[in-house]
Design a protein around this ligand. Structure first.
Ligand SMILES: *[C@@H]1O[C@H](CO)[C@@H](O)[C@H](O)[C@H]1NC(C)=O
Length: 250
């Protein structure tokens, strides 16, 4: 089975720019209260949303490794709610890209990328970092967490220009392994209904309480709307030494 990473493919962009709506989504979601998630970042290519990300310090954005092809430049858009509204939004170039050296695009293991921004952000009401889980602990099965993004609202789109969020429930590792087989691993978190993520939500955070624990990674092919397999997220706490080696203790 070919996995479907959740970035918006560049090939879709010309098509999308001709349609009324632009890339943004989440399944069974509701609109986030504007700027209630000031860590959210829209990562853009050629002015179009391609992936989510989130600020983890005043200089680093965390996202998914599959959001960057190793060549094209990403721009971080901070302080956004409605991507059509440029007021108050800060656009920052990326100074350095740090994909996890063990990222595997077949198994989607280590699907994490850190972006060092050109300069530091000024923290305020609409822009500020989120803390990440600081110890390699498991999130108990059935915990309710929140996934957020500007991705597709249905399997085939369109996306939402306003930031959406939805509740999802953590699925324990053993159950996820039964369902996903070789694609499940201790480096990943799994979560199911009442909502889910879809194309364009990649790289966005899975937030439990006030802490980012996961990074949107992939869903089953064609299965955003009514999935029979859990959504899969990179498990941040599995990469703490690597994250610290890059971000430091910032
Ligand atoms: C969205 O809600 C419908 C109706 O309750 C449900 O069948 C579907 O599985 C939900 N989708 C996700 C991704 O949870």
């Amino acid at each position: 089975m070919a996995l479907i990473p959740l970035l918006l493919l560049a090939a879709l962009l010309p098509y999308l720019s001709h349609s009324a709506s632009v890339k943004v989504g989440i399944i069974n979601g509701t609109e986030a209260k504007p700027h209630s998630r000031p860590y959210m970042v829209s990562l853009q290519k050629y002015g179009s949303h391609t992936c989510g990300g989130f600020l983890v310090s005043t200089q680093f954005v965390m996202t998914a490794a599959h959001c960057w092809n190793g060549r094209e430049k990403l721009t971080a858009v901070l302080g956004a709610h409605d991507l059509f509204n440029k007021a108050g939004v800060v656009r920052m170039e990326v100074a350095s890209y740090y994909p996890h050296p063990s990222y595997n695009s077949v198994t989607m293991d280590y699907d994490i990328l850190l972006l060092k921004l050109h300069g530091t952000v000024t923290v305020g009401q609409t822009i500020s970092p989120i803390s990440i889980l600081q110890s390699n602990q498991d999130i108990p099965a059935n915990t309710i967490c929140i996934a957020t993004g500007w991705g597709y609202i249905r399997t085939l789109g369109p996306s939402s220009n306003r930031l959406l969020e939805t509740k999802v429930q953590i699925v324990g590792y053993r159950e996820c392994k039964i369902l996903w087989g070789q694609y499940a691993s201790q480096l990943k978190l799994c979560a199911v209904h009442p909502g889910g993520v879809c194309s364009g939500d990649s790289g966005g955070p899975l937030v439990c309480g006030n802490t980012a624990v996961g990074i949107s990674s992939f869903v089953q092919p064609g299965g955003c709307d009514v999935p029979t397999l859990p959504n899969v997220f990179a498990k941040i706490s599995a990469f703490l030494p690597w994250i610290k080696s890059i971000v430091g203790n910032a």
